[in-house]
Design a binder for this molecule. Structure first.
Ligand code: GDP
Length: 295
């Protein structure tokens, strides 16, 4: 995960990590390299620039050059800023409703259906939760089948209504089914498209208005870098979602989406997907991610 970025940051911070004397020139050179590493990771130019400016400000504020171990302090400042950029503290999901309704949104192929299953499995394993999965993709019968396969695999019931072409009606019927059958969490998997289009945005917005979920999650493929960030912005403008799910981190060597998405949409990354299996789900902890990236 993010190996390219880790290697480049490691190289950038190499001089500071050593024990030689550190000068203003070293620090400036290092920050330039850090910025280059972020740009190579597909972090937006403005964010990369702001990041290094903040690190510089903090370093000046803490009189880095006159401390006993300036290199270590600099590395700590970079790590703290990276944590902050990715969201500070971890944020859980809101499960307050009876049932709690979780709406999944995102483009086709982002990993929505897979993640819906992972989340259902994750909650089911918490013992107090009895989730219901609801299949609302009315365009692709295969998507409904896929959710049923996932549901069977994890032992979670799937509600679907083949032939019904109204996703709002299906989601409402799913919620009614959950209430009647003692499910305390409803996860609604919706239709995506290969790219943002008006029909999809109107549809997801209509579902959102009709069911008023406690939690609206936007699922996005981490490997798509700045595209992921731009798509997040579009969905957030329409849905004002509660959190981001970054999938396919296992295949992402660059990390640009993870690093920049929070500061662009101002919504936390809540979970990450790290593989195709149902168990490949993790709560996103910005500080742990920063530790991983910086080694
Ligand atoms: P949807 O169209 O948004 O519902 O996307 P799917 O859930 O069908 O996922 C698309 C593809 O991505 C499938 O082949 C999944 O197995 C794969 N996938 C989903 N999440 C992950 C992940 O975290 N890591 C990897 N490597 N593959 C994933």
């Amino acid at each position: 995960m993010f190996n390219n970025l880790s290697d480049k940051l490691d190289k950038a911070l190499h001089v500071l990590k050593g024990h030689g004397s550190i000068t203003e020139v070293n620090v400036a050179e290092t920050l330039k390299e850090v910025r280059r590493a972020l740009l190579d990771a597909d972090v937006n130019f403005k964010i990369a620039k702001e990041f290094t400016n903040k690190v510089k400000e903090k370093a000046l504020g803490q009189n880095v050059l006159t401390t006993l171990q300036p290199g270590q302090l600099m590395v700590k400042i970079v790590k703290d800023e990276l944590t902050e950029l990715m969201g500070g503290d971890a944020e859980g999901i809101n499960l307050s409703g009876t049932p709690s309704i979780i709406l999944m949104s995102g483009l086709q192929g982002s990993g929505k259906t897979t993640f819906s299953g992972k989340l259902a499995n994750y909650l089911k394993n918490k013992k107090t939760k009895k989730p219901l999965l609801v299949a609302c993709d009315v365009y692709r019968p295969a998507a409904i089948d896929q959710l049923h396969v996932v549901g069977d695999q994890i032992g979670v019931e799937v509600f679907s209504d083949r032939g019904n072409t109204d996703p709002v009606a299906i989601s409402k019927a799913g919620i009614a089914h959950a209430k009647a059958n003692g499910h305390n969490v409803v996860i609604i998997d919706t239709a995506g498209r290969l790219a943002v289009d008006e029909v999809m945005m109107t549809e997801i917005s209509n579902i959102h208005k009709a069911i008023q979920p406690q939690e609206t999650l936007f699922v996005v493929d981490s490997m798509t870098g700045q595209d992921a960030v731009n798509t997040a912005k579009t969905f957030n403008d329409v849905l004002n979602f509660d959190g981001v799910i970054l999938t396919k981190l296992d295949g992402d060597t660059r990390g640009g989406a993870a690093i920049s998405i929070k500061s662009v949409v101002n919504k936390p990354i809540k979970f990450i997907g790290t593989g195709e299996k149902m168990e490949a789900i993790d709560v996103f902890y910005p500080s742990r991610m920063a530790d991983r990236i910086l080694g």
